[in-house]
Write a protein that binds this ligand. Structure first.
Ligand code: ADP
Ligand code: MG
Length: 267
């Protein structure tokens, strides 16, 4: 059964999409079956995987609003080794169209139920707000991955997100947990970075990934080629960091799951 993770932070530009695309590629490189769901009307994750958002037959909009099956709407990310449920501008209308629907928070969860057996990991790239799309992601996930930049105001924004996660957990999805906090665009030479890191460790302990994603221009270039960093510049620091993150995730999963998520050849 797939583990489902929402990659979310209501702040824009913190590395949600970069993390979604590159973690999907890194996990796929370990032979896991991966589905990446683009839940942002900007469609950046879709484009970043080399899929043209302007010429989609179906998108996640059709799943959420028209009740079309996920299996019908997924497309293969060319040469990347994983599947994508893509998004484009159509998704902007979804929130309004869902407004009067009963059970609107559960649209994504219900749609994912029949395909959970087809994947090892499902990653959801969330929009930069705590709207109904993000609530759908949180309602349908087992864990939340929070990418953040180590800057002064970052912690302030986190409390609103943590409150939302706790409300969703209380009211609609008791199994929701914070899976991990990921430091992105990391620059260890900056003293503020170290202060924020100390603070994050105090608040979140082991949930803070020890892997950090460095600021790396190759990561910013890769989307314009429609490629995850792994296929654009495999040896770059950014690529190695996302491979390390996938490794850390799999080791964590192996610790909590007695049947182990780490395959024998990786131990
Ligand atoms: P979000 O999805 O949270 O809005 P993105 O992943 O789109 O954030 O990242 C915002 C911008 O920063 C993009 O232009 C992206 O290419 C760039 N970026 C993300 N992570 C890094 C990094 N580690 N190093 C350099 N640039 C990055
Ligand atoms: Mg994004």
């Amino acid at each position: 059964m797939a583990k489902v993770y929402a990659i979310t932070n209501q702040k824009g530009g913190v590395g949600k999409t970069t993390t979604s695309v590159n973690l999907a590629a890194s996990l796929a490189a370990t032979k896991r079956k991966i589905l990446l769901i683009d839940l942002d009307p900007q469609g950046n994750a879709t484009m970043g995987c080399g899929i043209d958002k302007a010429s989609l037959e179906y998108s996640v909009y059709d799943v959420l609003v028209a009740g079309r099956s996920v299996a019908d709407c997924v497309v293969a990310a060319p040469e990347c080794g994983f599947m994508v449920l893509p998004a484009n501008q159509d998704l902007t209308a979804a929130e309004v169209e869902l407004l009067n629907e009963i059970g609107r928070e559960f649209r994504l969860r219900e749609a994912l139920a029949p395909i959970l057996g087809d994947y090892d990991y499902i990653l959801i790239d969330c929009p930069p707000s705590l709207n109904m799309l993000t609530i759908n992601a949180l309602a349908g996930s087992g864990g939340v991955i929070i990418p953040m930049q180590c800057e002064y105001y970052a912690l302030e924004g986190l409390s609103a997100l943590i409150n939302t996660i706790n409300r969703v957990k209380q009211l609609i999805n008791p199994k929701l947990e914070i899976e991990g906090i990921l430091r992105t665009m990391f620059d260890g030479r900056n003293s503020l970075t170290n202060q924020v890191t100390d603070e994050l460790r105090r608040h979140f302990g082991e949930k803070l990934y020890s892997t950090v994603i460095p600021r790396n221009v190759r990561l910013a270039e890769a989307p314009s080629h429609g490629l995850p960093i792994l296929f654009y510049d495999k040896q770059s620091k950014g690529s190695l960091a996302y491979l390390a993150l996938a490794g850390e995730m799999l080791r964590r999963a192996g610790k909590t799951d007695p049947h182990g998520d780490v395959k024998e050849d990786e131990q």
